[in-house]
Design a binder for this molecule. Structure first.
Ligand code: ADP
Ligand code: SF4
Ligand code: MG
Length: 348
């Protein structure tokens, strides 16, 4: 398939990807208004394909409800996929059962947004970090204790903090604990789902830098989710932009930030300050009005059509496929290259 081929070429490196996702679909059954109506289908993820290369970070960015977390949960097989393939190091994990599935659990770990609600309040910090090793039967008890000490050191927590309970840690320290726990089983893929969104800005930078250092030191591979483009720019080698359950654009970071092609990406970027003041994209602000279409029985054609400033009839009829515009730069739009009239920003 075209989408599959272009996704493979967008991996940004040679060799087998750690994570390979193809044509992933996730739907949720939701109640419809009315007493006797059949349940409706909410299309949360609709034909998503991407690769994450070893030791690299792929960012998923998009507004709330665009399907980022659902993509990640299905890629980790924490929720069922309706269709598609998910491979970790070449193994299709959606077909695993029994012991192979249990063994697979150690290879993908999550770091969640809210480190408080994701940590068991009744366990001591050392037990929280050790728990995946106990559950998955990894290493001997003595080795597990050593591993926990090593992890505490790695994430910048002090040895005596092993005895404390989660509520005795600050938000940033709790996220360090969440990171130590995620790394305990030496996963092949770490999924970071909005890992700093709940933290103060000053603490955010510390945690992001910690994640980068750990990646360098241990060769970690990240799928990194954020709605915050500044965070994405700081963390990712490659960026995929999601809109209502689909990837609309994907490119290496610098390319995406300097030469966005999809009208939605352009609008997203024009709303945040650029890291490069010479190219402050805010000088031409593209305003998008209205809301995304409902993900329940979504319309055919381009899902961005109702908000797109350059939509034409074809957009509402034909779904634009994600295809290589240039090697490694994929975009799903019928009108790539058509300029968007931007509103100059008034200087204060
Ligand atoms: N368990 C669920 N049941 C029903 N709908 C869900 C569930 N989880 C997510 N959704 C819906 O799926 C869509 C994608 O959600 P999500 O993946 O959480 O988006 P994001 O992480 O980008 O904010 C949204 O419309 C959301 O309301
Ligand atoms: S396909 Fe049409 S509606 Fe969709 S983003 Fe491109 S121009 Fe806009
Ligand atoms: Mg989410």
């Amino acid at each position: 398939m075209n989408a599959a081929r272009s996704a493979a070429s967008a991996g940004g490196s040679t060799g087998r990807p750690v994570l390979r996702v193809r044509d992933l679909e996730v739907r949720f059954a939701v109640k419809r208004e009315g007493l006797f109506s059949k349940p409706a289908q909410l299309h949360a993820v609709d034909g998503v394909s991407f690769d994450v290369a070893p030791g690299r970070t792929l960012g998923l960015v998009g507004e709330s409800g665009s399907g980022k977390s659902t993509t990640a949960l299905a890629a980790a097989r924490l929720i069922p996929a309706r269709a598609g393939q998910v491979e970790i190091d070449g193994t299709d994990i959606l077909t695993l059962e029994g012991e192979p599935l249990r063994q697979h659990r150690r290879t993908v770990q999550f770091i969640f947004q809210d480190p408080y609600s994701s940590l068991n309040p009744r366990l001591r910090a050392s037990e929280i970090v050790r728990e995946p090793l106990d559950r998955l039967g990894i290493d001997s008890p003595a080795e597990r204790a050593n591993r926990v000490s090593e992890l505490f050191r790695d994430v910048g927590l002090r040895p005596e903090q092993q005895r404390l309970f989660p509520h005795q840690f600050s938000g940033g320290q709790r996220q360090r604990l969440g990171i130590a726990r995620a790394l305990a089983s030496r996963p092949r893929l770490v999924i970071c789902d909005e890992p700093v969104s709940a933290l103060d800005v000053a603490v955010q930078a510390q945690i992001l830098n910690l994640l980068r250092r750990l990646q360098r030191e241990h060769g970690l591979t990240y799928l990194f989710i954020s709605h915050d483009l500044g965070v994405i720019q700081h963390m990712c080698n490659e960026v995929a932009v999601m809109y209502t359950g689909r990837i609309v654009e994907q490119a290496p970071r610098v390319r995406l930030f300097t030469n966005p092609l999809h009208p939605y990406t352009k609008a997203l970027l024009s709303s945040v300050p650029s890291a490069d003041p010479a190219r402050d994209t805010r000088s031409e602000r593209i305003l998008i009005t209205g809301d995304p279409p409902s993900p329940i029985d979504p319309p055919s054609g381009c899902r961005f059509a109702s908000r797109c400033p350059i939509a034409v009839d074809r957009c509402r009829r034909e779904t634009p496929m994600l295809a290589d515009h240039e090697p490694g730069h994929r975009v799903a739009c019928h009108r790539v290259g058509v300029p968007i009239a931007a509103r100059p920003v008034q200087s204060a």
